[in-house]
Design a protein around this ligand. Structure first.
Ligand code: 1GP
Length: 249
């Protein structure tokens, strides 16, 4: 449980983490090597790899490129059961608890369970909560679920508590990739006030200030994908802001 333990250790110390999300569809092997170097220079804590649609078949190659070019743990964030690579360090085993699509709560897990087990990957059970990001995102469309309303902090809190009590080890609050509106600090704070599991927050975060404010509100791991694809200099800016977030909340 190396990666999960690192989540817990960092949370216990109040140290916030920054994860760069790489979509295998949008990166070439050479691009992955370049990103690995930039992430190392910026002291990025985790690399998340995945997307709602993974069309390319070079997932293994992408993981291997990242692994051979940096020491940052690579964590799979799969949009579908096919996105499993045994070369990664861990897999976020997502149950979409904000939705009511049984396939994404348990159905696809049953189908993929033997392959995931055989992969030997560290599996981190994750309560995945998709929050309305102001316009339909790929994840809300593909998952065929209604996202959690952006202003209903209490529903988010109850969903996260239920997920934790069901035994899910991590909560991931996601406004969806490229979301017009990222998750509010008030929703993050409401969830953080009632849940002791590490809280991952992503979707539509475009600058260091929002990343910092999310950490202050109670996020433990900040994930950024889209904004970094557009401007790689943000990797260091956001990493510095996350690492500068106050130790106690
Ligand atoms: C999406 O949380 C991630 O699932 C990251 O979102 O690409 O908008 O940064 P962005």
């Amino acid at each position: 449980n190396k990666i999960y333990n690192s989540f817990i250790d960092r949370k216990a110390k109040g140290v916030k983490s920054f994860a760069v999300l790489i979509d295998p569809d949008k990166v070439t092997p050479a691009g992955a090597a370049d990103l690995a170097a930039k992430c190392t220079a910026a002291k990025v804590d985790y690399i998340f790899l995945g997307g709602s649609l993974v069309i390319t078949s070079h997932l293994d190659e992408c993981v291997q490129q990242l692994k051979s070019n940096c020491d940052i743990p690579v964590v799979l964030f799969p949009g579908s059961p096919s996105q499993v690579s045994r070369y990664a360090d861990a897999l976020l085993y997502l149950s979409l608890i904000s939705g009511r699509n049984p396939e994404l709560l348990i159905g696809q897990h049953v189908i993929s369970a033997p392959a995931v087990k055989k992969s030997g990957l560290e599996v981190i059970s994750t309560g995945y909560m998709v929050v309305d990001g102001g316009a339909p995102t790929t994840v809300s469309y593909i998952s065929n679920t209604t996202p959690l309303p952006a202003d209903k902090d209490d529903i988010a809190m109850c969903t996260a508590i239920a997920g934790e009590m069901l035994g899910l080890k991590v909560v991931y609050m996601d406004a969806g990739s490229g979301a017009r509106k990222p998750i509010t600090e008030s929703m993050i704070a409401r969830v953080a006030s009632q849940v002791s599991a590490p809280i991952i927050v992503g979707g539509g975060i475009r600058d260091a200030e929002k990343a910092y404010l999310n950490c202050k509100a109670g996020a433990d791991i900040i994930v950024v994908g889209n904004a970094i694809e557009k401007d790689a200099s943000l990797i260091k800016e956001i990493a510095d802001a996350v690492h500068a977030a106050p130790v106690l909340r």
